[in-house]
Design a protein around this ligand. Structure first.
Ligand code: DX5
Ligand code: ZN
Length: 244
């Protein structure tokens, strides 16, 4: 699918609950994909860690390429790696539809965002809890997605950091209609509503899906909490983007 088609599809189906595949059972990927697809998730969030930019290692393009052959779901890759420009083409070739890298990992994000777009993928920029939101502002016209980290990247299962809320609100005011606002880390039933009210529309969820007994119930509970938080009437979602 082209960048525009993926972006349109995602924007049209907000709120988006994207499972973080860091916490899935890698020994049984077929079953995990089956369960997630039947839970109706709109995309898979793929956490790539290099043991250098973050103190943990996950998986790389070879695993993503194999996953690509197993599902049609869009892939939202979150590169927590140093020097993302060097490895970018491998992730695009592996079939990532969206590629997000960290502003802290590069001296100049603009050319990498442009490369991602030029190669037909959705371009995303992520920022850590300790990074000021102003740092990403100059690059927003080049972003299709902005990812606000609500934990230090590297591990699932951490506690949500409220510093993300003000960043989401500021970004919501700054970004245009065609940009997705995403939040990642510690998102679950007790935190998702406040991030939705702050303007998030793509919610990355690890533990709150994979530790739940039933993925479908977990996804539908989280979706309902967002809908309630955004004041929906008669079951029709008023996307957060419409409120700001
Ligand atoms: C953290 C990752 C997240 C993480 C989310 O570095 O980017 O995607 O896996 O997991 P939870 O929802 O458990 O915080
Ligand atoms: Zn992530």
């Amino acid at each position: 699918m082209s960048r525009q088609a993926v972006l349109k599809r995602l924007l049209q189906s907000v709120p988006l609950i994207a499972p973080s595949m860091l916490k899935c059972d890698f020994g049984n990927l077929h079953r995990e994909l089956e369960l997630l697809e039947s839970a109706g998730v709109p995309a898979l969030h793929l956490d790539v860690m290099d043991g250098h930019f973050v103190p943990n290692l996950s998986y790389g393009p070879m695993v993503i390429e194999r996953l690509r052959a197993m599902t049609e779901l869009p892939f939202d890759a979150h590169l927590m790696i140093s020097d993302p420009g060097r490895y970018l083409d491998d992730y695009l070739a592996a079939g990532c539809d969206c590629v997000t890298f960290h502003i802290e990992a590069v001296p100049e994000p603009g050319p990498i965002l442009e490369r991602i777009r030029r190669q037909g993928a959705v371009a995303g920029l992520a920022l850590n809890p300790g990074t000021a939101v102003e740092a990403v502002r100059p690059y927003l016209p080049l972003c299709d997605l902005v990812l606000v980290m609500s934990v230090e990247p590297g591990f699932g299962g951490q506690k949500f950091q409220p510093v993300a809320l003000d960043k989401l609100r500021r970004l919501r005011d700054w970004i245009g209609e065609g940009t997705l606002l995403s939040v990642d880390g510690g998102i679950g039933p007790s935190t998702i509503a406040e991030t939705a009210r702050a303007g998030a529309e793509l919610f990355v969820v690890g533990s709150a899906i994979f530790d739940a007994p039933d993925y479908r119930d977990a996804v539908s509970e989280l979706t309902s909490l967002v809908r309630e938080a955004c004041g929906t009437a008669a079951g029709h979602l008023v996307p957060p983007r419409m409120e700001h």
